[in-house]
Design a protein around this ligand. Sequence first.
Ligand code: C2E
Ligand code: MG
Ligand code: MG
Length: 618
Amino acid sequence: MDMSADAAALDALATPALAGPTPTNTGDGPDGADGAVALGDLTVMMIDDEPMLTEVIGTYLEDAGYSRIVGINDATVALEQVRALNPALVLLDLVMPGVSGFEILQAMRQDEQLRYTPVIVLTAASDPDTKLKALSIGATEFLAKPVDPSELVLRVRNSLVLKVYQDRLANSDPVTGLPNRRVLMERLRGNLAQALAGDRKVGLLHVRLDRLQQLQATLGQTAGDELLRSAAQRLRSRTRRDDDGVRATRAETSLLCRLDGDEFLVLLPNLADPEACVRVARRVLHALAEPFQVGNDRIGVSPSVGIALAPDDGQTPEDLLAIAAAAAALACSSGRNTYRFGSRQRNQAAMERLKIEAALHHAVERRELRLVYQPKFDPLQGRIVGVEALMRWQQTELGPIFPDRFIPIAEETGLIVPMGEWALQEACEQGERWMRQGLESLKVAVNVSGQQLASGALPALVAGLLERHPRMRGALVLELTEGVLIDASPEVNAQLQQFRAQGVQLSIDDFGTGYSSMNYLRHFRLDEIKIDRSFVKDLPAQRSDLSIVRAMTMLGHSLGMRVVAEGVETAEQLACLAEVGVDQIQGYLIGKPMHPDDLAGRAAEIAVRGAGQPVPAG
Ligand code: C2E
Ligand code: MG
Ligand code: MG
């Protein structure tokens, strides 16, 4: 899962309002900004055919603390340069060969982007007609040549402060201080162009607070503004809590804006995984769930979130805004405090997921879970030596749901912890039963999630189970995925040591998938590796897979581990793996995951007829 999109989203929610300098600042240097925009970092451009003059002015400005000064002496390229660099201020000579300052000024005032850029005109003459003409086509200030340094610094500073202030007014919402529609549209346009060029997605969340109009009608505009400010504040700061371990890697920063009325927008550029939108939507809902204190009243806002995804749902900023708004309206008419997507398919998938999630909360207590067991076969001994317990969920209304669907949801919601504890308990009881029936050397493997280890409750649970089911001592295997071992903390490491001391074996599941690091093999003593099905499925034809399986087997053996191959479906695969020296075989060829009562029969059948027999479905 790509977490960077989440990180960026949280950054967006935490981004302070467009900070700019206040014109009341009286500090000495040019850095009159209140932190975010330092005047000294703004680009100042000088256009004068006299290199000496640009040199001198440049030096004066540098001394005053300006760091981005660009001098242009060739008037014919000046306009092009202004367009390319979009400076915060232009100092412009009027009389130049080729193109006059008047022409440049005129062209700037006709350019959408440069229309409001301040221009200080440099004039040698104190000729009032020239000044009048310059003013009439849009000069903002004059500076007499030869330039007096203190006069220069003063004029430049005033112009820049005014520019930043204007920008701030033009780009932010006066109530909340958040960026406004203009900024959003500009960013969205840029992000969409990038997304269309690459394979990333752009998410747009439309957040509406439904009590606002009512509130304004009853308590007045001021109360409404207060509520909006508090809501903006919560969206910015509270949602920042990174309770799912969001990484620091920033994708492109995202943006929280306020549009009109009760609408906020969150722009999530550069998404690898559309699910990130859902996580942000949930945080938004969570942040706004608690009532707001407005004056003496506590007021709940019932937020609704609409999600539009580009390029799937729309490819222009206008389309996306409309789709996100429509989705928010849908969320609102579906009872509020919820989110909806702009596309029907996504809504269906999201609804189904929500249903599964809600039902999963009761799966353990309603006894809807059960375990099936898949045999592990030893080709040298020609018999079944172990089983893996696999979870099945039969939900009354939704019918059977497979692990690929519900395990990820269980992981995300933390429900995997009680579910996994149930599985461990159940498997130990069943193991004990088999042993009493005479299947004595059977090893019973149970899948364990990283969250169970992180919870810290596992060693005590296992110790209790082994006490209650003494026959399971030496027979219990815990299957962990590589990810768990790679990220293992010292606490997890200590638990793993404890398990081994209790005679519990540890197995690495899905070996070879996803991670290339084998560093963890140096740090943990483990008993078994399970070569992932993806390396087995094209055997024996696929020579490169065969080489990898051979290498993994050698690696496992040289570290003193047992090697198991998963997903073996054909007799050819079995023969090939046995030849390579794999210790155990698991897969449909030996047996599908089956009801525990069927296992003894299958074990006997294999002992008599061999492994490659047709298998009754489990
Ligand atoms: P896994 O632990 O790698 O289990 C092997 C999966 O491969 C099982 O899928 C099994 O039915 C399937 N399989 C076995 N042999 C073959 C074969 O020959 N061909 C094919 N195509 N598939 C084969 P299942 O039961 O759907 O489980 C999927 C995953 O769900 C498991 O992968 C495991 O990661 C997770 N899981 C299942 N039960 C539990 C549990 O109790 N706790 C936890 N944490 N995860 C579980
Ligand atoms: Mg497994
Ligand atoms: Mg596996």
